[in-house]
Write a new protein. Structure first.
Length: 377
């Protein structure tokens, strides 16, 4: 099954002038996407192949290939300097795509030796419109059931999904964490991975997790940061102004593979969170806006699931409901107190209506409007 990855055309625009780095979760399709720019397997080089590794380290790559893909080079300790030398030596003759996961993201954390030499794109699990341009409900249901990773989605088998998930989690915990060399007690972090799906959608309690695993809260915080680095999970922060008594220190956690969840309400919430994160990262990576995905919650426990900020200003808020029968009173409460222009209630039912202030929409209708905003600005 072939999928249209929305960032592909923008990668092609940049490929002749800069090195392209593609980051994202394991098995999300980074190598598959990169290989669509190649005409031959001779243009693909993997750090895990000893012969390829020797060629890469010695800079003996044939510039007549015109375009090459370097896979897993982040496993090399001095990978940044290696890429800098490769680019400076061959920038007029060779287009380079680099695929990887955690360590590629560190390039965004401040000054680095590759400044001005690359463009970084994040590849997400499949978004609804990348699979089905008609945005059918049946496709949404398949995404909820099998997740957005190409292999299990293509097979559409619960048995194959369970086998794929077990293998992926094993590789994430033992291979990716070992490569980073930031966690020594892998057995304990495997227990943390088992606990985190039950924490999705609720304020995350580091203290409670620390008590469950009998380690310090600082250790739990560090472990979760590492799990974010390897794209197992991500957190969002609260949003608020002086007009509400917003919580300030709490955050919410979601999984990159939302299909791990079984409870329908939290599954749908995690799915919407991931689609909105895709939306935010696309607008950052393609258009250069500063985008943030946050949630709203006050000290009286009123909450709205998500608010999206563009260059520091909120542009819309979203409450997720599995059904379509009743508008959350929290939407009306925050509508009168926060400078957010549009409030949505998004659901998996059929009915759509406006009550004058809140837009109640099927997920597919809501996402159709977001697609129209994913254009160069």
């Amino acid at each position: 099954m072939n999928f249209t990855r929305s960032i592909r055309n923008y990668i092609e625009e940049e490929l002749s002038s800069r090195m392209i780095l593609i980051g994202g979760p394991r098995q999300v399709g980074k190598t598959t996407l990169a290989k669509t720019f190649l005409k031959s397997n001779k243009q693909y080089f993997s750090w895990d192949d000893l012969e390829d590794r020797t060629l890469i380290k010695s800079h003996r790559l044939d510039s007549s290939l015109r375009t090459i893909v370097l896979d897993e080079v982040h496993k090399y300790t001095r990978w940044r300097m290696l890429l800098k030398g490769l680019y400076d030596k061959n920038k007029e003759k060779l287009s380079v795509l680099v695929t990887g996961s955690a360590r590629l993201d560190t390039l965004r954390k401040g000054g680095d030796s590759l400044f001005g030499r690359y463009r970084y794109f994040r590849l997400h699990p499949l978004a609804l419109h990348e699979i089905d341009t008609k945005l059918k409900r049946s496709t949404t249901e398949d995404l909820l059931r099998y997740g957005g990773f190409p292999e299990p989605f293509s097979k559409k088998s619960q048995r194959m999904y369970r086998l794929w998930k077990r293998e992926r989690l094993s590789r994430v915990v033992y291979q990716d964490l070992r490569d980073l060399d930031l966690v020594k007690d892998l057995s304990k972090i495997e227990l943390l991975v088992d606990l985190l799906p039950a924490k999705v959608g609720s304020p995350l309690s580091i203290k409670s997790l620390a008590e469950d695993l009998e380690v310090s809260p600082n250790t739990i915080s560090n472990w979760i940061q590492v799990l974010e680095m390897i794209y197992y999970c991500y957190r969002i922060l609260p949003y608020g102004t002086s007009k509400i008594r917003a919580v300030k220190k709490s955050n919410k956690l979601y999984l990159w593979d939302w299909a791990e969840l079984s409870e329908k309400g939290y599954l749908f919430e995690n799915f919407v969170a991931s689609q909105l994160l895709y939306y935010c990262h696309f607008l950052e990576d393609i258009n250069g806006f500063k985008m943030e995905l946050r949630f709203i919650r006050d000290t009286d426990l009123r909450e709205v699931d998500f608010v999206v900020l563009k260059d520091g200003k909120p542009i819309f808020a979203v409450e997720c409901k599995h059904g379509d029968k009743k508008i959350s009173p929290h939407l009306h409460y925050f509508k009168t107190r926060l400078p957010i222009p549009i409030f949505y209630q998004v659901h998996l039912g059929q009915d759509e209506w406006d009550d004058g202030t809140i837009l109640v929409r099927r997920f597919e209708t809501f996402w159709k409007d977001r697609i129209l905003e994913l254009v160069p600005a």
